[in-house]
Ligand binder design. Structure first.
Ligand code: RAT
Ligand code: ZN
Length: 417
């Protein structure tokens, strides 16, 4: 007996949501670290609460001077955030809801605990077990880190060597090289790669050697930079020269994609520290020019401003050496994730990566992927239902194939292409 059309469509939608809910993901941009980095891998209730997304929101409720907050130790800061955002107000923002989803999925009812008892619960875990627990709950098959040789806490760990956890893959982050060349050149000179900040061939060669050494040391999967909204390409700035003479030739030679993340205005309010960055709309002709002038390079991109998202899809339609990914930072809220996922599916089909977590605290992968899966699942279900209405019923295998592309497969084939 054939089912009435409507219940077949409901079944299809439910099947899609189920597959999306349980498909393994490769999380292609995070700020997490291989457990071998010890304290650099953050986890637990205090780190969840002092996440800079929450700190920015807490300061909107707190009346004390910024410096008074920063003088507190981490637990005392977490107490202030908890009180401001969870006790004195209902925690409706996406970042607050994230903490609750995380606790809930860990089996904790936050209504029945105070912070000291939550702290005890977390303290009973050993890092390796907790890493497994979080990766399993989020169903992640891998994580891309953000690895900067300019970071004085991170660099010595790489230099000392350690046995890698293969779930944690590296991405070579090079912001200072492109946005603060004189400072970066001073470091490179110290390390013996360049002789000065002059933009000459010998220094370009040295900077390329620096990238090659680090890409090899960390087994980088891609090279990445975040850029201000004022980023233009080409222009007469050192940034363009360094992209053309150092980064792109290096990426071509080593077969690595170059990831650009335009739109961030660093330290709009420095008193907020890490929470003080803002954003602006970017001119995406820079990306168009990059893709068009450098067809032998592959580019990854995510853009911070919601207003840029439609044109970003159009640039990706024009250039197959561009793979767009993620709903980054301020766009990582349900309203915008839903909109961006629709835009991208409707303009690009399946040739993009809808989400990354940007997790800075390990436990966040639980909520980020819980929330992402729900939105991506429901948007995708709608798309397949629309196809069915047009007479094209996707099979279970086809759904699984497509979801696996969206959850890391398309990124991996792009990187290998
Ligand atoms: O989302 C964030 O945590 C930001 O602070 C940034 O780290 C951003 O994601 C970036 O990679 O620059
Ligand atoms: Zn990030």
């Amino acid at each position: 007996m054939t089912l009435p059309a409507d219940s077949r469509l409901d079944d299809l939608a439910a099947r899609v949501e189920r597959i999306v809910a349980s498909a393994p993901v490769l999380d292609i941009h995070t700020h997490l670290y291989d457990p071998a980095f010890g304290p650099l891998l953050l986890w637990g209730i205090d780190d969840l609460l002092v996440y800079h997304y929450l700190v920015a929101e807490a300061f909107r409720q707190l009346r004390e001077p910024y410096e008074d907050f920063w003088r507190l130790d981490k637990s005392a800061q977490a107490d202030r955030v908890w009180d401001a955002l969870f006790v004195r107000n209902s925690p409706v923002s996406e970042s607050c809801r994230g903490v609750l989803t995380t606790l809930h999925r860990l089996g904790i009812d936050p209504r029945r605990h105070d912070l000291p008892s939550l702290r005890k619960w977390f303290a009973a875990w050993k890092t390796p077990d907790y890493v497994d627990r979080c990766l399993n709950l989020a169903n992640l098959r891998g994580i891309l880190m953000t690895n900067s040789p300019f970071d004085d806490e991170e660099r010595p760990v790489w230099e000392g060597g350690f046995t890698r956890d293969t779930r944690f893959q590296a991405a070579l982050r090079i912001d200072p090289l492109l946005v603060a060349w004189p400072d970066a050149a001073a470091r490179l000179a110290q390390w013996g790669y360049v002789s000065s900040a002059d933009l000459n061939q010998a220094n370009f060669d040295g900077a390329r050697r620096f990238l090659a050494d680090w890409a090899r040391k960390i087994s980088a999967r891609y090279v990445m930079v975040s850029l201000p909204p004022s980023f233009r390409y080409p222009d007469t700035s050192p940034t363009t020269r360094l992209i053309d003479e150092v980064v792109l030739p290096f990426c071509r030679e080593h077969g690595l994609p170059f990831a650009l993340m335009p739109g961030v205005k660093r330290a709009v309010n420095p008193a907020l520290r890490l929470a003080g960055d803002g954003m602006g709309r970017s001119d995406l002709s820079a990306l168009e020019n990059l893709c068009s002038a450098n067809p032998a390079n592959r580019f990854l991109a995510t853009v911070l401003s919601r207003e840029n998202q439609h044109e970003l899809c159009v640039v990706a339609r024009k250039f197959r050496n561009l793979h767009i990914f993620g709903c980054w930072w301020f766009t990582n809220i349900p309203l915008v994730i839903d909109e961006m996922t629709r835009l991208r599916l409707e303009l690009l089909g399946l040739s993009f990566t809808p989400q990354h977590s940007d997790a800075r605290v390990l436990d966040q992968v639980i909520y980020k992927w819980d929330h992402n899966r729900r939105i991506i699942g429901s948007v995708l279900a709608e798309k397949y239902v629309d196809l069915a209405r047009s007479g094209w019923w996707v099979t279970e295998d086809e759904i699984r194939r497509d979801v696996s592309a969206l959850f890391g497969g398309a990124f991996e084939s792009f990187c290998q292409s």
